[in-house]
Ligand binder design. Sequence first.
Ligand SMILES: CC(C)(COP(=O)(O)OP(=O)(O)OC[C@H]1O[C@@H](n2cnc3c(N)ncnc32)[C@H](O)[C@@H]1OP(=O)(O)O)[C@@H](O)C(=O)NCCC(=O)NCCS
Length: 145
Amino acid sequence: MDYRIRQAKEVDLPSISRIEAASHPRPWTRDDFKWELENACGRFHFWVAAESCTERPVAYICFHFVIDEIYIRNLTVEPAERRTGIGRRLLDLSCQWGKRKGTKRVVLDVRIGNSEALKFYRNCGFDLIKGYINRSSRLMEKILL
Ligand SMILES: CC(C)(COP(=O)(O)OP(=O)(O)OC[C@H]1O[C@@H](n2cnc3c(N)ncnc32)[C@H](O)[C@@H]1OP(=O)(O)O)[C@@H](O)C(=O)NCCC(=O)NCCS
């Protein structure tokens, strides 16, 4: 599938909400995404990978940029489009963008039990942060060299 990565728009929210509901045990609501959209600026970023011919989003990433760190708030790929490299592409582009802005570290939470995401992030160069204890999630980081 051909796709292009661009900033999210309000018209994308119904597709994004459907993907979110099919992907997470505690999905973000449409209002959560609307908030990300309304606050997308220098610090909050919300991008989608959209199918080239239809403009329909098949994946999205929300990240927060503060001083010299990026925090990945949400990264989700439509179930039918997984394992085709879209997740890695969105993550890599966010890291590259951050690096140009002076980001030294990318951080994220992975829910305990989400072994697929853990494998994905490990494969993308992230390590577990040792000593971080939380009942429901693990914290991972990638140092940008
Ligand atoms: C995690 C997620 C974003 C990965 O996106 P994706 O587009 O399927 O991942 P990619 O195709 O870019 O995978 C890159 C590599 O990560 C690893 N990987 C990805 N998904 C994996 C899985 N289910 N099991 C094992 N390894 C996996 C593989 O090594 C893969 O490379 P390969 O396919 O050449 O072997 C996607 O599975 C998803 O949306 N999951 C539900 C939402 C979620 O859990 N998001 C993360 C919240 S923290």
